[in-house]
Design a protein around this ligand. Sequence first.
Ligand SMILES: Cc1cc2nc3c(=O)[nH]c(=O)nc-3n(C[C@H](O)[C@H](O)[C@H](O)COP(=O)(O)OP(=O)(O)OC[C@H]3O[C@@H](n4cnc5c(N)ncnc54)[C@H](O)[C@@H]3O)c2cc1C
Length: 529
Amino acid sequence: MSTKTAIIIGAGPAGITAALELLKIADYHPVILEESFEVGGISRTVEYNGRRMDLGGHRFFSKSDRVMSVWRAFMPVQNKPARDENLLGETIFGFGPAPDNSPVCDPEREDRLWLVRRRVSRIVFLRKFFDYPISVKPRTFINLGARRTVKAGFSFLAAKIKKREENSLADFMINRFGKVLYRMFFEGYNEKLWGINPTQMEPDWGAQRIKGLSLSKAVWEALRKPFAKKDGDIAQKNTETSLIERFLYPKLGPGQLWRLALDEVLAKGGEVRFGAKVTGITAKDVRVTAVEYEQNGDKFAIQADVCLSSMPVKDLIAAISADKPAKVAEVANALPYRDFMTVGLLVKRLKIKNKTKIRTVGDIVPDTWIYVQEPDVKLGRIQLFNNWSPYLNQDITENVWLGLEYFCNEGDVMWEMPDEDFISFAADELASIGIIDRGDVLDACRIRVKKAYPAYFGAYKEFGVVREYLDGFANLYCIGRNGQHRYNNMDHSMLTAMEAVANIKNGATDKSKVWNVNTEEDYHELKVK
Ligand SMILES: Cc1cc2nc3c(=O)[nH]c(=O)nc-3n(C[C@H](O)[C@H](O)[C@H](O)COP(=O)(O)OP(=O)(O)OC[C@H]3O[C@@H](n4cnc5c(N)ncnc54)[C@H](O)[C@@H]3O)c2cc1C
């Protein structure tokens, strides 16, 4: 019998993982409080008129064996062709035929399985396609033209000879790519993403997201690639994160995996309360004693032996009823976020042609997503859901299902535009850069996602005081992405939950392992032999 109650805030990857891990310790009963009525947080699947959207396009890959094995345990990997592979008459993603004794995992017959997908992502700039990350190959130079190429080469050499002290994201990028390439491929895009210039941002973001990338590395990759053995492991451990070429993907989008994971929590005796928004945390001395939430207009309080929070740090601090130092409240309240909107756009066809050697259904471009560097539009990225999974759009032979991504601030002009106006604005932008003909739009919807990106500027510099204060509560753990105000992916978010539960199990008081996830390369401490 469970004797202790663990309150988990949020039913995203971090919260669900926390519940699963806690269920392995006999005396904890996990109760997940989830503000929305959906499973998976940012990693959910949204359904619209019979089609599915992935908010962001979630690749499932991890350098942590532990995460990979948790994911793999939920579903088998396809060993028969998916719909697009059948239509093309080729097995394009590199899995072999099912060994004689293994069960058949046929995406055309079953839903519960992983697809193996190929990552193709490029940049649209100067109305041309560039590889992402920028690669050193003739096409890049042809697209840039001779003058730009020479200028970029000299500025890269200058950056190598005279390295800058890395005080900002701009310094970080210029050191690795030179000023000219930085201006072309990073500055404008980062301004779109974060709403501020990279000179005003901390270098940490670059260190986390594009760790080992640089022009030198791109040159090395170009030289090495023809001789390199393919990394057969789907986790592609030896590959730089931004260069991972294949990834696992749930047939029905990321929310499918998190729904299965939550079903397991419930089957093992855990609990979830939807529509339950946490509004208060009661603490006595150094312990959280109860969590308050609102549901259907009523207020409830639930006693807590331990609390694991994946809600935004800003909201968590505001919810704590105990007296707190003014500085902590001030920093937390000023923590910056970037919000996000996706327009799901169904179009008859794309105007751009597939000039790659990769074959696709309808001969659409093979990209899973495309970065839009064009400075004359606000559009940041395009998702091609047909290429993520041929089961996100039921008629891939007839039309193309896209996600148009915009980075914004809650309450700004784009955020406040009515759906119809914003959809029209987004479709106009896509047509203006030559990706579609405006008249080919068949259907559309708009989804808003608050606090999609915890940002690394402004009050974030003083985040340490907030962390120290939160760590002072012996039984409170900050997990996940917004829960830690860190640019954590799904795997990192899961690992924070795993580390938190390891602490609870061992009675450890030092929470640095929970915070250290995604700060060290490859998370050595969590590797399972
Ligand atoms: C555009 C985009 C693309 C991405 N692509 C990838 C990718 O390719 N691969 C990858 O691994 N990761 C990717 N990520 C990151 C991934 O989405 C996150 O790492 C992951 O969803 C974080 O999980 P979480 O549980 O910490 O938080 P969330 O997913 O944010 O879930 C938190 C949950 O808490 C709930 N909540 C918040 N406040 C309260 C409250 N007061 N009371 C109760 N409930 C509350 C929310 O409703 C939500 O359901 C991407 C993210 C974005 C924005």
